[in-house]
Ligand binder design. Structure first.
Ligand SMILES: O=C(CO)[C@@H](O)[C@H](O)COP(=O)(O)O
Ligand SMILES: [Fe+2]
Length: 228
């Protein structure tokens, strides 16, 4: 799959969300970080804001739920208009049932792993998912440094996806920028969340295009190397 860029509005101006969403039209997704001050020590926004954002932009919403009890809340984000809903496996009680419910309601189902959560126990769940999110920072805040100790986990996950012949997308989130996106693409990620690297730039739309170009070039170099 061609690399996709998902700018995170966590780094945008929350008083101007509609304008900030429009500033990155051309991106594949708009990443919406939902935090409840329990699963992570930060509080952002909820269902009503997602409903408004879905009306304010044509870019599909990629909702990253950093909340307790996603089994209860995630379906409401599909109803609010999200195109993709990511729940954390550490918070979910019944991840298979939840992924099936998200899909049945019409969104892409995605599961996230915190940095200390290994992929291996969840190998058998992969066919139930449309995307897996590997956090490359501890969730909770934008602008943190990329954890390069996550690169082996990205590689192992890409190998598991290949082994099972799945179409699953592999997303990375946290500290993704011009200096780190190529390592992520080389390790096998294909959906890149970037908050401060996009909204901290003077031209966010241009930052999205530049990140996509870097990811495309790194992906084609990596596939050339693997094929030869
Ligand atoms: O989920 C999160 C943080 O928990 C992210 O989506 C951040 O918003 C990414 O921001 P940068 O690290 O790219 O600044
Ligand atoms: Fe996120």
């Amino acid at each position: 799959m061609a690399p996709q860029i998902s700018p995170s509005i966590l780094s945008a101006d929350f008083a101007r969300l509609a304008e900030e969403a429009k500033a990155v039209e051309g991106a594949d997704w708009l990443h919406v970080d939902v935090m409840d001050n329990h699963f992570v020590p930060n509080l952002t926004l909820g269902v009503p804001v997602v409903e408004s954002l879905a009306r304010a932009t044509d870019t599909p919403l990629d909702c990253h739920l950093m909340i307790e009890d996603p089994d209860r809340w995630a379906p409401q984000y599909v109803e609010a208009g999200a195109g993709s809903v990511t729940f954390h496996v550490e918070a979910a009680t019944a991840p298979v049932r939840l992924a099936r419910e998200i899909r049945a309601k019409g969104a892409r189902a995605s599961m996230a792993l915190r940095p200390a959560t290994p992929i291996e126990p969840y190998e058998d769940l992969l066919p139930e998912l449309d995307m897996l999110l590997i956090m490359t920072v501890e969730p909770g805040f934008g602008g943190q440094a990329f954890l390069d100790i996550m690169l082996p986990k990205i590689r192992r996950t890409r190998e598991l996806i290949g082994k099972h012949g799945l179409e699953l997308w592999l997303q990375v989130d946290g500290g993704v920028s011009a200096s780190t996106i190529e390592q992520c693409a080389d390790a096998g990620a294909d959906v890149f969340v970037a908050g401060s690297a996009v909204y901290g730039a003077s031209d966010p739309a241009e930052a999205v295009r530049a990140l996509r170009k870097q990811a495309e070039e790194a992906t084609s170099r990596a596939s050339w190397l693997h094929d030869h």
